[in-house]
Design a protein around this ligand. Structure first.
Ligand code: SF4
Length: 59
């Protein structure tokens, strides 16, 4: 099970996918952010950067 979760209040600003394209991807059909790689280190950095704290990482 994924340890990286995008919470429902994500505002789709795209920052996580822009800065960490190997871990997050914007699915325009959703639209929503998908976790495409279980890269915990990148997810933690992205979580710090997310303007609405919508990236949850379980360590
Ligand atoms: S940085 Fe946060 S608000 Fe922006 S798209 Fe990613 S999860 Fe959503």
């Amino acid at each position: 099970m994924s340890k990286i979760k995008i919470l429902d209040h994500c505002v789709l600003c795209g920052k996580c996918a822009e800065n960490y394209p190997n871990t997050f991807k914007l699915n325009p059909e959703g639209p929503k952010i998908e976790v495409i790689n279980e890269n915990i280190d990148e997810a933690l950095e992205a979580s710090d950067m997310c303007p609405v704290s919508a990236i949850k990482v379980e360590e």
